[in-house]
Design a binder for this molecule. Structure first.
Ligand SMILES: [Mg+2]
Length: 120
């Protein structure tokens, strides 16, 4: 199974999950964009006020790590649901955006540098 097939499979799983629950009626670009942001905030919640050492401990703790993985999956679910209703080819859009980022962050300038493109 190549990457594109994996994405196709995830899209089908999300689509099935939504259809089984008759949730298409609630899925539109605005609400799914909100969902992505809310789930990203839930992911962030695990790290709020944590030191670098505490974050490492969270990621080594099996239960806490799974909670983080769950929130990351919720973000991905929202992104895939968004792509499904908007008819976005995720793989193509992702590769195209990565190409834009390659131009925005050329290796010769940004290698080892954690600055934003407009700060250099
Ligand atoms: Mg969640």
């Amino acid at each position: 199974m190549d990457d594109r097939t994996s994405i196709r499979k995830l899209r089908a799983l999300v689509s099935e999950f939504v259809r089984e629950r008759d949730w298409e009626q609630y899925h539109n670009e605005k609400d799914l964009a909100l969902d992505i942001s809310i789930e990203a905030a839930e992911l962030l919640e695990h790290f709020r006020f944590k030191s670098e050492r505490e974050v490492s401990e969270i990621m080594r703790d099996r239960k806490k790590r799974e909670e983080v993985e769950d929130e990351l999956s919720d973000v991905i679910f929202g992104a895939i649901a968004f792509a499904n209703i908007a008819g976005i080819d995720i793989a193509s859009a992702f590769v195209r955006k990565l190409e834009k980022n390659r131009k925005k962050y050329p290796v010769r300038v940004f290698k080892g540098l954690n600055k934003k493109y407009n700060e250099v």
